[in-house]
Design a protein around this ligand. Structure first.
Ligand code: ADP
Ligand code: MG
Length: 678
């Protein structure tokens, strides 16, 4: 098996070379064979009619007459050679290689590669080969960081295939090979290094991309299955009547999508599975109430529930809205970094004793000194993941709760099934009835006087507005300064009395609270803020959202900001102030004005800015693949996921002999993958 053959077993690899390979992360023959070229130089011979102007091309022909060399400058030369290619004569030009004249004898067969000039029927030669044998080929280019020469590397790879070609196992059952018309695995891997031609290379890539996705999805699904398995019996039994009564007294009817999501979540809660589910829904689609119902069910079953959010402001807000929602049905406590001293001690004691049913907090919630009586459900309301480590922290405290994640913003499906592929998924893809779409405008800053008038009118009518300050760079300090400047600027901009508030990350929590409180009660009419209001903040009376330098934000982030308005009955407006220079920037602003569907925007965002940008600087967002690209090869990804779900959840891999190789391969990888798990 190539994975347990050491690279030193390849003939020609001595201790020194072994060291070098280790530096490249190559230990086994398999590592070596799957160190694929980063790109290829295409020396494939094409007919003249298929060449593209200004592109690199390779042609084959006969030297028609003796090359002419002219010298110019010091040591500079130009060689011109007429080459007959089929019925056409092409002019080959080569610089500073006068010595080639001797080799390019009249009547010789030559293969030349270089930049093609369509108009002059001329090729500027960078490589040439003389003689019959030259067929034209595709030259792999490896990223070797100058640790080893390409020549040496290729020689060793060739040798490795000669010795171990037979030991590359086919891992896919015939069913998939035939169904998708995939070429054999060993052949595909070898073709990556020594492609016969472009078509073979294409087939090799196609095969290996499927492999990569399938293996990745098998890992994800295995993990998902593992996560779903109960470790201890926490089947939660609650009174359906009490839950129904609670839902019935809500001031609104749940949307069908909310009901569906609820159903899925409650099924998990009742079952012996440990829930590991992602709840996605557009801004304003009503995720909070779905979360609240899940929490209530858990609490009715005799457990505690917790909701963890990224910021203190959000924690406060959730605390308030949940308190309002549950009234005296539950005892709810807030636990954030700013709850200190005696107050904190008291709350911790009440949490530990089980007097508290529902805990709302930031990450402070899973700190060392926090002990729960009987935590049954954690809801994580943030985009990033509640990592393996944090779950471990809880488990070490003897708690193995259900976990429900809520995303602040829709995630494109490509990312959802890769980055969150190990989770179950519920999606709320419908807005509550009667919700008015936020009208969005994209303007330049010169229109600010008109915007001021517009805000004035809205405030006169009792409305409120947000103004998001320019975001200059990844510097808190400057962003805050911008907010402060804008605050002063706006303070003298209105012709009617307008109460203006200022919110940014540098305020103390008490100060932030005060501002948010005053905004929520309309003591503040206009709130100037940095992006701290981005996530989740809920002030239904606010109807205008003005965003400076809108082109600097991702679409999903803009959408999230826009979601701060349009939360009440009144028509709301979002005004994007932007002057993007590039086409992409313009396109992005345009899309914002055209759709309010967060899922659509998320897909655009991903396409226009890539996965790294989508998830923000901190997270790369996508696992690394050797050759597959989840965005480009999206269809294959979907197929592989479907297959993986079937293989894992129908136990094909356990029961079916045909899957033995795949199972072994997967097991081997899962061992590496599970490092860090308990
Ligand atoms: P998000 O999904 O952005 O977290 P929220 O849960 O904050 O959305 O809900 C937004 C607003 O919509 C809240 O004021 C909430 O009370 C209200 N809401 C939620 N569900 C419904 C519904 N089915 N019908 C009417 N209003 C709803
Ligand atoms: Mg919310």
């Amino acid at each position: 098996m190539v994975h347990n053959r050491l690279v030193s077993e390849v003939k020609g690899v001595g201790p020194a070379l072994k060291e070098k390979f280790a530096e490249l992360g190559i230990e086994t023959v398999e590592d070596l064979m799957t160190t694929y070229p980063s790109r290829y130089e295409n020396f494939e011979v094409l007919p003249i009619t298929e060449l593209v102007h200004e592109q690199k091309a390779t042609i084959e022909g006969i030297v028609l007459s003796e090359p002419v060399v002219s010298f110019f400058g010091r040591k500079k030369s130009r060689l011109v050679v007429p080459i007959q290619v089929d019925q056409v004569v092409v002019k080959g030009v080569m610089f500073n290689r006068a010595f080639a004249k001797k080799q390019l004898a009249v009547g010789e067969k030559v293969t030349v590669t270089g930049k093609w000039d369509q108009h002059r029927q001329q090729i500027t030669i960078s490589h040439y080969k003389v003689g019959e044998k030259s067929t034209g080929e595709i030259e792999p280019v490896y990223l070797l960081r100058q640790i080893i020469t390409p020549f040496q590397f290729k020689k060793i790879i060739k040798q490795a295939f000669d010795q171990f070609r037979e030991q590359i196992n086919e891992i896919l059952p015939t069913r998939y090979l035939e169904g998708y018309q995939l070429i054999n695995r060993g052949f595909a891997i070898e073709q990556m290094h020594f492609p016969h031609d472009v078509e073979h290379l294409k087939q090799a890539r196609r095969r290996l991309i499927y492999d990569e996705f399938l293996i990745f999805q098998l890992k994800m699904q295995a993990l998902r299955k593992f996560n779903r398995q109960r470790t201890s019996g926490n089947v939660k039994t609650y009174s359906e009547d009490q839950l129904t009564e609670f839902i019935a007294q809500l001031p609104f009817e749940l949307t069908e999508a909310q009901k569906q999501a609820n159903q899925e979540i409650l099924t998990d809660i009742k079952s012996s599975y440990r829930m590991h589910r992602l709840l996605q829904g557009d801004v304003g689609s009503g995720k909070t109430i779905v979360a609240a119902i899940a929490l209530y069910a858990t609490i009715l079953a005799g457990y505690q529930g917790a909701i963890m959010v990224p910021t203190e402001i959000l924690a406060e807000q959730h605390y308030q809205s949940l308190t309002e929602l549950f009234q005296d049905r539950l005892r709810i406590e807030l636990l954030t970094g700013s709850v200190k001293g005696k107050e904190r001690k008291q709350r911790l004691a009440a949490i530990q004793s089980g007097e508290v049913n529902l805990i709302v907090g930031t990450h402070a919630l899973i700190q060392d000194d926090v002990y729960f009586s009987n935590l049954g459900l954690v809801i994580v309301d943030e985009q990033h993941r509640f990592g393996v480590n944090q779950r471990k922290v809880l488990r070490e405290k003897g708690i193995d709760p259900d976990v429900l994640f809520m995303t602040a913003t829709p995630i494109p499906r490509t990312l959802a099934i890769t980055s969150f592929g190990d989770m179950d998924m519920s999606i709320i893809n419908q807005m509550p009835v009667g919700r008015k779409e936020v009208e969005t405008f994209w303007v330049k800053e010169t229109l600010m006087p008109r915007i001021i008038k517009f805000i004035e009118k809205e405030i006169k009518n009792g409305g409120q507005a947000y103004v998001i300050a320019p975001l200059i760079e990844e510097s808190d300090k400057i962003d805050i300064q911008n907010a402060v400047d804008l605050y002063h600027q706006l303070s003298s901009a209105f012709s009617i009395p307008v109460e203006i508030g200022l919110l940014h990350g540098r305020l103390t929590n008490a100060e932030k609270d005060k501002v948010m409180q005053d905004f929520a009660t309309n003591k503040i009419n206009l709130l100037v803020s940095t992006t701290v209001v981005e996530v989740g903040v809920n002030v239904p009376n606010a109807t205008i959202m003005v965003i400076y330098d809108a082109e600097r934000f991702g679409l999903s982030q803009l959408h999230q900001l826009r979601g701060r308005v349009g939360r009440g009955k009144k028509q709301s407006y979002c005004i994007l102030i932007a002057d993007p220079k590039g086409e992409t920037g313009k396109e992005r602003m345009q899309i914002m004005t055209e759709t309010t569907n967060g899922f659509v925007l998320a897909e655009h965002d991903l396409k226009l800015r890539g996965p790294g940008e989508f998830f923000g600087k901190k997270q790369s967002g996508l696992p690394e693949f050797k050759i597959a690209d989840p965005i480009h090869d999206y269809r294959t990804l979907e197929t592989a996921r479907k297959d993986a779900v079937e293989i894992i959840f129908n136990d094909l891999i356990e029961k079916n002999q045909e899957y033995r190789e795949l199972k072994e391969y997967l097991n081997r990888i899962l061992v590496e993958f599970n490092e860090g798990f308990d």
